[in-house]
Design a protein around this ligand. Structure first.
Ligand code: HEM
Length: 374
């Protein structure tokens, strides 16, 4: 045997501890030229960027899985794990804002000016997460003094920065998780029928009709109950009746996909029916993992919203309602993103429509979905 024996691995080489600990000086030449508040400010941002890195890896894994056709049934457990990890990473990232809040406004103001115009708005990884999840560009809220979020990622001389290139690469790398998951959910067999089957359209129409009949009964029941127990005035009763009627009509429009362009209607109609079918029958073996995927997507997106809201409250506490260093109107902009940046809208919308078990249309053939002892 010739050559040098392999070097034993050390913790410091593997984790790259020295390199890591040398990265907290910001734009100063050395870390001891800046104060504790600023080092903490940098560390928290760096830790959060690392959590975002893990979120991106898990999102990519989940997206790649759902982009397959067909999606292997035995891979769904892995997707559920990925979605859980995304939720955990975002929850942990949001917790760091508590440490940031220990910094007083006056202390932050001692070094805030030198950040300008740098801002979390230039976090390429947050943009990558939004893009990979499936946030459409037209839903974005303009920042204020920037032409677009892509413009904000350019270097000061206008040249493309590594952040811009990273986001451009992500944009070119389809499909989004939303598109892949929607395509997969859309293929769900409903009452044993799949897209392309001869009887599929009729099966969808039947399912929707039975589901809406359940809704009519639900609202009538709720209204009867309210009238019986709330001693409503005639005017109150009418108002409530109109509200329930409006909600029922909303369900009809939703399940008819009347809100989408005609060429997308058949796809969206089947997708919406499929989400309700899965979520209403998740105790059936074949629908159990899909049910968990639906939960995982909602949970991951909820964590993202909470992250945004938590960041906004921290920002309000530290800088009030000042203009952001990135030029936005600060907290008002951040609150808008928490309200409007929704990706898995179809899954959220189903929550308004789900029925109690006694009103849910029964599955035509339960054995088809893996029940063997009935
Ligand atoms: C004192 C601490 C902080 C303050 C005052 C602050 C303030 C702000 C403000 C005002 C914005 C809006 C854009 C702008 O005009 O600049 C923003 C955006 C952002 N911040 Fe912070 N931030 C702080 C800490 C953090 C931390 C620790 C993170 C962790 C990664 C973070 C991540 C982000 C991200 C990702 C955005 C872009 C949000 C979006 O466009 O949806 N910020 N921040």
């Amino acid at each position: 045997m010739t050559g040098t024996p392999p070097r034993p691995t050390s913790y410091w080489d593997y984790i790259r501890v020295e390199q890591l600990l040398g990265l907290q000086s910001g734009i100063a030449a050395h870390e001891n030229e800046i104060g504790d508040d600023e080092v903490r400010f940098i560390v928290i941002h760096q830790i959060d960027e690392l959590w975002l890195k893990l979120v991106l890896r898990e999102l990519t894994t989940a997206r790649n899985l759902f982009a397959q056709k067909p999606v292997p049934e035995d891979a769904l457990a892995g997707a559920v794990q990925s979605l859980r990890r995304i939720t955990i990473c975002l929850d942990l990232a949001a917790q760091h804002f508590k440490l940031m809040e220990t910094m007083r406004t006056q202390d932050y103001l001692t070094f805030r000016d030198k950040l300008n115009p740098a801002s979390g708005f230039q976090s390429a990884q947050l943009r990558e997460i939004e893009i990979l999840m499936g946030l459409p560009d037209e839903d974005r809220i303009p920042l204020g003094n920037e032409a677009s979020y892509m413009q904000a990622l350019r270097s000061h001389d206008g040249s493309p920065s590594p952040a811009l290139l990273r986001v451009e690469r992500r944009k070119a790398d389809g499909p989004t998780l939303k598109a892949a998951v929607d395509a997969w959910l859309h293929r769900t067999p409903i009452d044993g029928c799949s897209p392309g089957d001869a009887g599929d359209e009729a099966a969808i129409a039947r399912f929707i009709e039975r589901f809406l009949a359940g809704h009519e009964r639900l609202y009538q029941r709720a209204l009867d109950h309210a009238v019986a127990v709330q001693a409503l005035t005639k005017a109150d009763e009418e108002r409530l009746r109109a509200r329930y009627k409006g909600q029922f009509q909303g369900a009809v429009r939703h399940l008819g996909a009347e809100d989408v362009p005609a060429e997308q209607r058949a796809f969206v109609r089947r997708l919406r029916a499929a989400i309700l079918f899965v979520d209403s029958n998740r105790t059936l073996p074949l629908l159990s993992w899909p049910g968990q995927i639906i939960d995982g997507l909602i949970e991951a997106e909820q964590s993202m919203l909470v992250f945004r809201q938590r960041h906004a409250r921290m920002v309000e506490r530290v800088i009030g309602r000042r203009v952001g260093t990135g030029g936005s109107d600060g907290v008002a902009y951040l609150d808008q993103t928490a309200l409007k940046y929704r990706v898995f809208t179809e899954i959220w919308a189903a929550r308004t429509l789900l029925l109690p078990p006694d009103l849910s249309p029964p599955v035509a053939d339960r054995n088809w979905y893996g029940l063997t002892h009935e």
